[in-house]
Design a protein around this ligand. Sequence first.
Ligand SMILES: NC(=O)c1ccc[n+]([C@@H]2O[C@H](COP(=O)([O-])OP(=O)(O)OC[C@H]3O[C@@H](n4cnc5c(N)ncnc54)[C@H](OP(=O)(O)O)[C@@H]3O)[C@@H](O)[C@H]2O)c1
Length: 213
Amino acid sequence: MKFGVLGSGDVGKTLATGLVKHGHEAMLGSRSSGKLDDWLRENPRVKSGNFAQTAAFGDAVVLAVKGSAAPEALRLAGAENLAAKTIIDATNPIDESAAPVHGVLRFFTETNDSLMERLQREFANAHFVKAFNSVGSDFMVDPQFAGGKPTMFICGNSNEAKQTVAGILDQFGWETADMGRAESARAIEPLCLLWCIPGFLRNEWVHAFKLLH
Ligand SMILES: NC(=O)c1ccc[n+]([C@@H]2O[C@H](COP(=O)([O-])OP(=O)(O)OC[C@H]3O[C@@H](n4cnc5c(N)ncnc54)[C@H](OP(=O)(O)O)[C@@H]3O)[C@@H](O)[C@H]2O)c1
């Protein structure tokens, strides 16, 4: 498949190179041309463009921008370039104006709300699937843990879009736990808070979640 990856940070770069490694095509999107020049020289199989070009390129889109900027990034991408497409939403609603309190990051959303639901409401013709938000970028592609395959919790309103994402997760070496519709992002986004706590408290950043049955 062709993926348009919106976001030039660690997550966007990691997922773009992971997708190419696993046989897909990827374009990485940024607002600033030139910013990625050195990285693109080292990763020549990844294409680059602005947000609109990147979204238009993809059969599916990856959203990997700063959480507070996600609506603006999608507006720049253009609703017409997102319509009917699977949007793999890796963002977290982190309030960057506040420092973590005893290791707990602050969100700008409340318990009965989530960033993905806000995005799904604004871009109603796109099919958002929450994924990749609850693990550090180092472990998103081909994670290796002594405890076995980690679990990626996903949710979204379109079963077809979730199947597409589960297929990518399978290729990347994850097991998928489908947690239901968009409202479940209220539970999946805060897994980011939990994942980060050992990091902020004890500088331990090497772990992932697993669901046991
Ligand atoms: N880092 C991780 O390990 C990790 C793990 C799981 C989930 N996440 C989540 O994944 C997302 C990406 O994280 P990241 O660390 O890779 O990068 P980041 O620093 O959070 O985001 C970088 C991207 O945000 C875009 N951006 C910033 N301000 C913007 C604005 N005002 N309008 C439009 N776009 C804007 C930047 O655009 P330009 O390219 O134009 O500068 C850049 O592409 C975040 O939501 C984060 O919470 C991160």
